[in-house]
Design a protein around this ligand. Structure first.
Ligand code: C2E
Ligand code: MG
Ligand code: MG
Length: 349
């Protein structure tokens, strides 16, 4: 009668089933018109997962049915897993997602800036803008907790746009105040490449802020760059044409294809913290870092080590030929005011 069965194959994680349920609810609960009348429906969805919730079709359907009754009990237009632990997970995620949806309009985001310092000259060669979220109900939520979620539900597009806007506005303001210009780096997620017209967004943001392209750097992850189909290549070419700089973030964590480095328009390579963590003790890691650095420099890139925490690491990186470092050894990511103080003190020293 009024029950439907949906079979999802190739579901990699329970989250994916939850996301499908959310999408269905979003669509079917929207009011619609029938013969001149506005109508609304309510749906309840129960989810059972193979093989944990049943190995036969019958067993799975029975448990999905039980889960559906729990969904109904908890007030319709919702979904429930058969497994309680998964419900707790899904609820937490839903809560976080709802909080995230409101975060932009409530101005709960902020950017912190972390300097990158040239090992030879001591000059600051860049500032990485890092997103911070203070939620009144959840407190400070670290990016590793909310960025993957924002990517999953598409919120990364408006959030990423805000980050771009804010970083460009800030960089331009510093220049207007007479600070020596420093490139500001913004992290881009793969989703922004797929879901947004990133070229148009960057172009518009530069125009609106009045910042020259050369003072904006886009940090792209290796995995994004390596999935380079013709689309990605074209997009990278267009971004380059806007005059912005590009860097490769977290290098060495993915399927680092050394040979594909030569085809990328990036001018900076950021060695992932996992390598730095093994220094100075691990000579084999040192050898890898040294080789990657040499190759990248031969290709005309500047090499920056990320997450440098100690002087011993700094010395090892210097020996390996790395150009610059970013990490607690120099400075933590700082809000604007603290950064300006830090820059001031440094200039006097
Ligand atoms: P990432 O781009 O690789 O940024 C570097 C991360 O390392 C930052 O973490 C930074 O605070 C941390 N870090 C820097 N120096 C040190 C150090 O010496 N020791 C240790 N333990 N950590 C250090 P954070 O701010 O938590 O950001 C984590 C990740 O979240 C970033 O990694 C980036 O992938 C993502 N992210 C941050 N902001 C944005 C954003 O605006 N957009 C997007 N798409 N992703 C962002
Ligand atoms: Mg980064
Ligand atoms: Mg990184």
């Amino acid at each position: 009668g009024d029950e439907f069965l949906i079979v999802l194959t190739a579901v990699e994680a329970p989250d994916a089933a939850a996301r499908v349920a959310e999408k269905i609810l979003e669509r079917v609960t929207a009011p619609f018109e029938l013969e001149g009348h506005q109508l609304g429906t309510s749906f309840s969805i129960g989810i059972a997962l193979y093989p944990d919730d049943g190995r036969s079709a019958e067993h799975l359907m029975k448990n999905a049915d039980t889960a559906m009754y729990h969904a109904k009990e908890s007030g319709r237009n919702t979904y429930r897993f058969f497994d309680e632990a998964m419900n707790a997970n899904a609820l937490e995620r839903l809560y976080l997602e709802n909080a995230l949806r409101r975060a932009l309009e409530n101005s709960e985001f902020d950017l912190h800036y972390q300097p990158q310092v040239d090992l030879g000259t001591g000059h600051i060669i860049g500032l990485e803008a890092l997103l911070r979220w203070y939620s009144p109900s959840l407190g400070n939520v670290p990016p590793i907790r909310f960025i993957p979620l924002a990517e999953e539900c598409g919120l990364i597009v408006p959030i990423g746009e805000w980050v771009l806007r804010e970083a460009c506005r800030q960089a331009r303001q510093w220049q207007d105040q007479g600070l020596p210009p420093i490139p500001v780096a913004v992290n881009l997620s793969a989703m922004q490449f797929r879901r947004d017209d990133i070229v148009a967004t960057v172009y518009r943001t530069l125009m609106d802020s009045g910042l020259k392209g050369q003072w904006l750097e886009l940090e792209l992850t290796e995995s994004l760059l390596m999935q380079s189909g013709p689309d990605v290549e074209q997009t990278l070419g267009q971004l380059k044409a806007l005059g912005v700089r590009m860097s490769i973030d977290d290098f060495g964590t993915g399927y680092s294809s050394l040979s594909s480095l030569k085809d990328l328009p990036a001018t900076k390579l950021k060695l992932d913290k996992s390598f730095i963590d093994a220094l100075p003790g691990d000579r084999r890691t040192f050898a890898v870092v040294k080789a990657m650095t040499q190759l990248a420099r031969e290709l005309g890139m500047v090499v920056v080590a990320e997450g440098v925490e100690t002087h011993a690491q700094t010395a090892a990186l210097d020996e390996a030929g790395v150009d610059a470092i970013q990490g607690y050894a120099i400075a933590r990511p700082m809000p604007e005011e603290a950064l300006l103080n830090w820059l001031n003190l440094r200039r006097k020293a």
